[in-house]
Design a protein around this ligand. Structure first.
Ligand SMILES: Nc1ncnc2c1ncn2[C@@H]1O[C@H](COP(=O)(O)OP(=O)(O)O)[C@@H](O)[C@H]1O
Ligand SMILES: [Mg+2]
Length: 368
């Protein structure tokens, strides 16, 4: 059987650069080298792309605090165009290989938000995960919530604050509307970067300022008291939902430290201890959310489950974490799909979608 050439993109120009490195390491370890030739492309924090060697693409790979991308002397670009899918080495203009499909293992802006997806689409290269629209929509918590609200899917009450309008936001007015505590977060970020829980005006001002360091649009949300449960979704036209997992944060909330730095920051309960009917309700809501947000391939849908068993969608992640402790692959593992099989399925879904899109006309025959 002919091997498939898979380009793996990792790192990236986002605050989740280090998380992406950890995710990529796991995927690179797990991918079946008998079936796939892998080309590793590391993206540094300034957005430069480097061709990496699988024997040495990370520095301090086992330490989430100091993990870093190994930059090489081969800087590459993907060249859009119809003829051949190719990777060009910038320094000597040599062609660095063919890529049949790309697995973007990038979290956050410039990776999970439709930008890289747009580049790959222009280059006519199949890629894993949501397309341009689903990626962009899923990255933006404001647009996500508006679409979910339109579809009748429960969400937390929220307000949007733009940078140009920030002086018009008054803590007392907002807390009267949304209650206390409040959550403040950048519209486009992830891994809890820039997310704060606030109880008074002083904390509010600081939180808004911090969130604006990461985006020009900030969400202010009501606090939802509930368990945090997550469900993985996989597929294109007929997506399926995995078992449900629970995150039990051991800190004030599920912060960046609790996620990646502090080993005891959170307990992952997989599967979550929940009655069957609640699991079914969450799975159905996860698939509905996936479809409403125009996703394809994969996504993880995160919920709050209130005391009276109401599921409220918090967010969707179109490139969920694939780190050692990440929920997405673990949820599939207990649902009967191993890490290796999951990668196979994701690649197949990418190829299927691309093949489907190739049948679309790109010119209009006026004589018909
Ligand atoms: N409205 C809310 N009510 C209660 N907790 C929240 C709320 N919003 C966020 N959180 C807490 O903050 C964490 C990170 O927020 P989230 O919206 O998921 O951002 P990110 O995309 O960075 O993961 C959540 O996992 C949860 O612990
Ligand atoms: Mg989250």
């Amino acid at each position: 059987m002919k091997k498939i050439n898979v380009g793996i993109l990792f790192g990236g120009r986002s605050t989740e650069h280090e998380v992406s490195l950890q995710s990529a390491k796991n995927i690179i370890d797990a991918i079946d080298k008998e079936k796939y030739n892998i080309t590793l492309i590391g993206i540094d924090k300034t957005g430069h792309w480097y061709l990496n060697d699988s024997s040495r693409f990370l520095l301090n790979s086992n330490d989430p605090k100091y993990i870093a991308l190994h930059t090489t002397d081969k800087d590459v670009v993907i060249v859009p165009g119809e003829e051949r899918q190719k990777l060009l080495c910038i320094s000597d203009r040599s062609i660095s290989g063919t890529i049949d499909v790309v697995f973007p293992v990038l979290h956050g802006p410039y990776g999970e938000d439709g930008t890289v997806q747009g580049l790959l689409k222009l280059a006519n290269i199949p890629f894993v995960g949501a397309g341009v629209l689903g990626s962009a929509v899923g990255m933006d918590k404001d647009v996500t919530k508006r679409l979910l609200r339109d579809a009748g899917i429960p969400i937390a009450k929220f307000l949007v604050c733009h940078k140009w309008d920030r002086d018009n936001f008054n803590f007392y007015e907002i807390s009267r509307q949304l209650g206390l505590p409040l959550f403040v977060k950048p519209a486009n970020a992830g891994s809890s970067v820039g997310v704060s829980k606030v109880k008074n005006e002083q904390q509010f001002i600081k939180a808004v300022q911090e969130a604006f360091e990461f985006d020009t649009k900030v969400l202010i949300e009501e606090f939802v008291e509930g368990r945090e449960v997550e469900c993985a979704v996989l597929g294109n036209e007929n997506p399926i939902a995995s078992s449900v997992g629970e995150i039990i944060a051991q800190q004030e909330f599920y912060s960046y430290e609790a996620k990646y730095i502090d080993e005891n920051g959170a307990i992952l309960e997989i599967p979550a201890k929940l009655p069957d009917d609640i699991v079914k309700m969450i799975q159905e809501l996860a698939v509905k959310t996936f479809k409403v947000l125009c996703c394809e391939g994969m996504a993880r849908v995160d919920f709050f489950l209130t005391k009276d068993n109401k599921a409220i969608v918090n967010e969707i992640n179109t490139i969920p974490g694939f780190t050692k402790i990440s929920m997405y692959p673990k949820l599939w593992e207990i649902s009967g799909i191993t890490y290796g099989e999951l990668i196979d399925k994701l690649i197949q879904l990418a190829l299927d979608r691309h093949a489907r899109e190739q049948h679309l006309k790109t010119s209009y025959d006026k004589t018909l």
